[in-house]
Design a protein around this ligand. Structure first.
Ligand code: PLP
Length: 418
């Protein structure tokens, strides 16, 4: 276990988190377990061992360069949603042919970068096709493309996390596939090499993946029969994790692969694009208690982390398990854990039974590795936090904290120029 408690102290890969907090001298901060990241990746590759396949990490979940380097060293590809994610992936050492550029609003300059580097691109719409085709013509290059399809399957997740319905802004409704393949058949610059979909995120049942695979396999076979040399069937990401740390049965990567296995078309390569299930439980947000406050009917533990560092609770009403990282013996009460940001929506957890902590207590928000630091903001002029990684029981700083000087440097020195 990468994160575990011993004598009520939290450990990360063998090092006490409280000790790390004292050593690093900044708060709040993100802390990742190298062991957990490798274990999560292995869970996918072991499940896929007998299947022609590729894991492609969704960089949007966490774009720390050192985490990208680690995943690349394990054999992972990467899925990108912006030109800068593409640049980051190249900086981390990924080869262009290990990258898939996805997105519903790719700009001409982003498409140009992808085509010049030879990165595979998802076609998301007719205008996107037009843009990719035009850039390929102008640069006189061929581009390998996948068709992103919206399979119109409902997944019972927060509406902001659902992306596979026909009403979604992502991908092509099934009814428009024939028109798209007709246009692609005429293109002399684009090679359609696969199809792609992504249902949504935090999915905690595998039967919807099975249904999706059946639908995608039908389209794969149909499009291939039209003469397109399809190789890739990309099922996207979306597998949830056990944010509640309860006994509920959460499907593993093994369960996911077992569910779709029988439907995979022959002579195809399966691509899986996990973000959350690779990095989510491998990261924590470590905070300090600023104080305890009791209002009428409500008690609060105010900590130095906030919605600016971890927006998931405020944005999606997402649950994150929260615990003290050191022994606390004060009277147990029900608390809301809130940050210092000037918004009522600024909370990290609600109605948690916890002991009353003294000021300065180390407190941890779990499962913050995905969509944590990556979605952080400078709201209330808060500086984005530092990140640390424990690898082979050694603590490494993998990104320093933003400093006020960094922030100030972005402003033009002379306002007359506006
Ligand atoms: N692939 C695509 C195209 C996505 O848009 C996303 C996330 O939204 C992912 C993969 C990763 O999803 P998750 O982090 O839920 O595994």
């Amino acid at each position: 276990m990468a994160f575990y408690f011993e004598d009520n102290f939290l450990y990360c890969d063998g090092i006490r988190v409280k000790e790390i907090q004292s050593r690093v001298g900044v708060s709040p901060f993100y802390l990742y377990s190298g062991e957990q990241i490798e274990g999560n990746y292995l869970a996918y590759t072991q499940a896929l061992a007998e299947i022609p396949s590729q894991v492609s990490y969704a960089i949007k979940a966490n774009n720390n360069l050192h985490i990208l380097k680690l995943l690349h060293s394990l054999g992972c590809w990467a899925t990108l949603v912006s030109g800068n994610e593409l640049r980051l992936a190249l900086a981390a050492g990924f080869e262009p042919d290990q990258l898939i550029f996805n997105g519903n609003g790719k700009t001409i300059s982003e498409i140009t970068l992808a085509i010049q580097r030879g990165v595979m691109i998802n076609i998301d719409s007719f205008f996107d096709l037009d843009h990719i085709q035009t850039v390929a013509e102008h640069t006189n290059r061929r581009a390998r493309v996948l068709l992103r399809i919206a399979p119109d399957l409902d997944v019972t997740v927060h509406p902001y996390l659902s992306t596979g319905l026909k009403e979604t802004k992502f991908g092509l409704p099934i009814s428009q596939i024939p028109r798209m393949t007709t246009l692609l058949a005429r293109s002399n610059h684009l090679d359609l090499v696969g199809i792609h979909c992504h249902l949504g995120s935090t999915i905690d049942t595998v039967h919807v993946f099975q249904e999706t695979m059946a639908i995608m396999a039908r389209h794969f076979t149909e499009i291939r029969s039209q003469g397109f040399p399809l190789q890739y069937i990309n099922l996207g990401g979306g597998l949830g994790i056990n944010y509640r740390h309860d006994q509920s049965q959460h499907p593993s990567p093994g369960d996911l692969i077992a569910a779709v296995r029988a439907e995979i078309p022959t002579d195809s390569t399966l691509i899986i694009e996990p973000g959350r299930s690779l990095i989510g439980n491998a990261g924590i947000l470590v905070c300090r208690v600023i104080g305890v406050k009791r209002n009428v009917n409500r008690s609060f533990i105010v900590v130095d982390g906030s919605m600016a560092e971890l927006i998931r609770p405020s944005l999606y009403q997402a649950f994150h398990y929260i615990a003290f990282s050191e022994p606390v013996t004060g009277p147990v009460e029900v608390f809301d854990i809130v940050g210092p940001v000037c918004e009522s929506a600024d909370f990290l957890g609600k109605k948690r039974r916890l002991a009353t902590p003294p000021e300065g207590t180390c407190i941890t928000i779990f499962d913050a590795g995905a969509y944590g630091r990556a979605m952080s903001s400078n709201y209330n002029a808060r500086m984005k936090p530092a990140e640390f990684l424990v690898a082979d029981e050694v603590l490494h700083q993998i990104r320093r904290e933003e400093r006020f000087e960094d922030y100030l440097n972005l402003f033009e020195p002379n306002e007359d120029h506006i």
